[in-house]
Design a protein around this ligand. Structure first.
Ligand code: TYM
Length: 324
């Protein structure tokens, strides 16, 4: 039997190259050998959103990115978390086997509480429980994610294990699957690439926007003048060349170390590499965006298929817990 994959992302808008290199490229590859389920986790997005007026549009933008990147609704289930409400039921049931201390210890909870001290809501504490519910509702065994999600996956395994121990074997313990680029650094050269830090490059940006943003990227701080020898191993632009100009990385590093190339030309070359790699994606995205109702149809069909699996699991969970 084929294994089952689940993954999700918060619909905060268009996806960036960190999302792609860390997660989406694996979503696409896994479609060959697994039964795949990919979800826009709108309820999770509510834990940090100040306003919800853009939520629907953000879901559409994210889905266009996923579809243009190669997710195939004939092969995979693509849906919106809140359209299959059983996940919220399972979240409540799983919360009964999750000690509060496990949740308040999670680094991402502490980080979010620090970033939004005015809004440390109950949903933030339960974030990893809802994420566990996402995965185990579909009995997924494989979860493609970036490195930042590993603590959540660790907790998901612990919650699944505890449920199985208490009520009998029900859920597989989900394993994370990392890509070769599990932690893409942003244009500031230090932090994880992320929309909230505005250090990102959107997949759907125009070639001009991509070039302009890359020009703002931090490189080797020791390199003040073009004649200073560079240190590519600490330069994020060089790291990105590994993906977008893979055959030239050694050459670029040698020229940088020998002060034979400047950071501006290095960035121009990176922008060219990114724009060349993304040209077919951008073309497909524009075509999909022009098809009226296409995304809505994909999501309606996805919700219907996900609903069938979710209903089965909830029935089994309730039986095991003595509720029915
Ligand atoms: P989110 O929306 O923050 O990110 C979506 C996916 O992109 C990966 N990612 C990165 N990978 C490498 N480098 C980066 N700079 C980078 N930024 C983001 C993330 O690791 C993630 O895989 N909690 C999740 C959403 C979620 C989920 C789930 C994931 C909810 N339920 C169940 C898997 C399974 C999140 O906020 O991802």
């Amino acid at each position: 039997m084929k294994g089952r994959v689940f993954s999700g992302a918060r619909p905060t808008g268009r996806q960036h190259i960190g999302n792609y290199l860390g997660a989406i490229q694996n979503y696409v590859k896994l479609q060959q050998d697994y039964e795949c389920i990919y979800c826009a986790v709108d309820i999770h997005a509510l834990t940090t959103l100040e306003g919800t007026e853009n939520l629907k549009e953000n879901i559409r933008e994210m889905m266009l990115d996923w579809l243009a990147a190669g997710l195939d609704p004939e092969k995979s289930i693509l849906f919106v978390q809140s359209h299959v409400p059983q996940v919220m039921e399972l979240h409540t049931l799983l919360s009964m086997v999750t000690p509060l201390g496990w949740l308040t210890r999670v680094a991402t909870f502490k980080e979010k509480a620090r970033m939004q001290p005015h809004n440390i809501n109950y949903g933030l504490v339960g974030y990893p429980v809802l994420m566990t519910a996402d995965i185990v509702l579909y009995k997924a065994d494989t979860v493609p994610v970036g490195q930042d999600q590993l603590p959540h996956l660790e907790l998901a395994r612990e919650i699944a294990r505890r449920f199985n121990y208490t009520f009998g074997d029900t859920f597989p313990e989900p394993q994370a699957l990392l890509s070769d680029f599990p932690a893409v650094i942003g244009l500031d050269g230090v932090n994880k690439m992320s929309k909230s830090l505005d250090n990102h490059i959107e997949l759907a940006a125009t070639p001009e926007e991509t070039g302009e943003r890359i020009m703002t990227a931090f490189t080797d701080p020791a390199r003040k003048y073009r004649s200073d020898p560079g240190h590519p191993e600490i330069c994020n632009v060089w790291r990105l060349h590994h993906f977008y100009n893979p055959n030239q990385v050694e050459n670029i590093a040698a020229e940088c170390r020998g002060a034979l190339r400047g950071c501006v030309e290095c960035k121009e070359q990176l922008a060219q590499g990114i724009n060349a790699a993304l040209a077919p994606f951008r073309q497909r995205r524009a075509e999909l965006a022009a098809r009226p109702q296409y995304v809505e149809e994909v999501l309606a069909d996805g919700a219907r298929r996900a609903h069938g699996i979710a209903t089965e699991t909830i029935r089994e969970v309730k039986e095991r817990m003595g509720l029915i």
